[in-house]
Ligand binder design. Structure first.
Ligand SMILES: *Cc1c(COP(=O)(O)O)cnc(C)c1O
Length: 395
């Protein structure tokens, strides 16, 4: 038994940012059996486990089709290939995201148009999306960052007005909901990642595309397998981006537990809010806001990301590291500031909210299985940091 006698403030147990052993541990025997079955089957790429996962995920997301692929990055690339994106075309993406959201546009020779985010949700600001539309705009890629859906109603309305494709980057948001519908079914194509740190993580790389458009689904299937149909006859130039049977087998074991893990993430978020309220929220700190709370929406909390103002974020992170508490900065350098995009991207308006976010964000442990005492320790350590930094400033 731990943490019965020790109070949260005196404990020195490390608190990891993410502990996959707590998630996978209880399923170890089931995962091992699934691995063994694949090993004996001799079917290692695509095959029955992948088909099973595709069917289950389509049902989970509420789409007609789901198409497995090698990663979330490839899902984004395949989605843009499926709409024949070409040089001269423009794609609107947030600059405050993981690299893959924009690199897929670059790889097809099209123009990246970076648009600023909403300061509360960190997601694309629809007003700025509307202002960035040109006759060359072919697609918008809203990212459901940290597990909260972008304002899809507004973005879809803009897209419909200009006949533009909407591709959801739902890599961090499997199971997230808006207006009673799930991510992956809110745009034309949804892109998911099974990278181990995502809410549904495999034991390696993996990805999935979702759509309810029959023609797009067919094209995505063709493109992920070298454009080959039938075997050794190539209709179009695709890529090799298939999902491994072993990954699908692990994910088939894990998917039935996803909603329970998501519920735990949500409970941990509520608990942080309570603990910070009880301890007194530091003046320079802003907690994440679940804008869907109480409505027909769901935040799935892939990350619990606070803002730390007053230029104190990096010092706080160092303090937490000293206390063996895990944290991470998603993302320290906005995409429009990346060296590789210096000459190829344009900004659709100011990116000041993005730049401020990059200086202030800090993600704290929220994974399923995180214990109350661990959250108390995180909150206490943050309280200690601000108490001593105030004393320093007063001195
Ligand atoms: C993880 C992630 C991706 C890429 O997924 P991979 O499977 O790692 O290639 C794309 N976009 C966002 C927002 C992500 O978080």
């Amino acid at each position: 038994m731990k943490a019965t006698a020790t109070s949260a403030t005196t404990s020195t147990e490390p608190v990891p940012l993410l502990d996959l052993a707590r998630e996978n541990g209880p399923l170890e025997a089931e995962i091992a059996a699934a691995f063994d079955a694949v090993r004996r089957s001799g079917s290692f790429v695509l095959g029955p486990e992948v088909t099973r996962l595709e069917e289950a995920l389509a049902q989970y997301c509420g789409t007609k089709h789901a198409i497995g692929c090698a990663s979330g990055s490839d899902a984004l690339l395949l989605a843009l290939m499926a709409i024949d994106l070409a040089p001269g075309d423009e794609v609107i993406v947030p600059s405050f995201s993981f690299f893959a959201t924009a690199s897929c546009v670059w790889r097809l020779g099209a123009k990246i148009v970076f648009v600023d985010i909403d300061p509360v949700t960190f997601n694309l600001d629809p007003a700025q999306v509307a202002a960035a539309i040109t006759p060359a705009t072919r697609a918008i890629v809203p990212v459901h960052l940290f597990g909260q859906c972008a304002d899809m109603e507004a973005i879809n309305a803009i897209a419909a007005q200009h006949d533009i494709t909407v591709i959801e980057d739902a890599a961090q948001a499997i199971g997230a909901e808006l207006g009673g519908r799930r991510s992956g079914s809110l745009g034309d194509i949804g892109c998911f990642s099974f990278y181990p740190t995502k809410n549904l993580g495999g034991m390696g790389d993996g990805g999935m595309l979702t759509t309810s458009d029959d023609a797009l689904a067919d094209k995505l299937r063709l493109l992920r397998g070298h454009g080959m149909r039938p075997r050794y006859y190539h209709q179009v130039v695709g890529i090799n981006s298939r999902l491994d049977s072993l990954q699908a087998a692990v994910l088939n074991v894990k998917l039935p537990h996803l909603d329970d893990w998501t519920r735990q993430r949500g409970e941990n978020a509520v608990r942080y809010a309570e603990l910070f309220a009880a301890a007194g929220l530091p003046a320079d700190m802003v907690l994440p806001v679940d804008i869907a709370a109480g409505s027909a929406g769901r935040h799935v909390w892939n990350q619990y990301t606070v803002r730390v103002g007053g230029g104190q974020r990096d010092a706080l992170r160092a303090h937490l590291r000293g206390e063996s508490i895990g944290s991470e900065i998603y993302y320290p350098v906005p995409l429009h500031r990346q060296a590789c995009f210096a000459s190829v991207a344009t900004a659709g308006g100011s990116l000041s909210i993005t730049e401020q976010a990059a200086e202030e964000v800090l993600s704290l442990p929220i994974f399923p299985g995180l214990e109350l005492t661990e959250q108390q320790r995180v909150v206490a350590a943050i309280g200690d940091f601000f108490a001593s930094s105030q004393t320093e400033r007063a001195a």
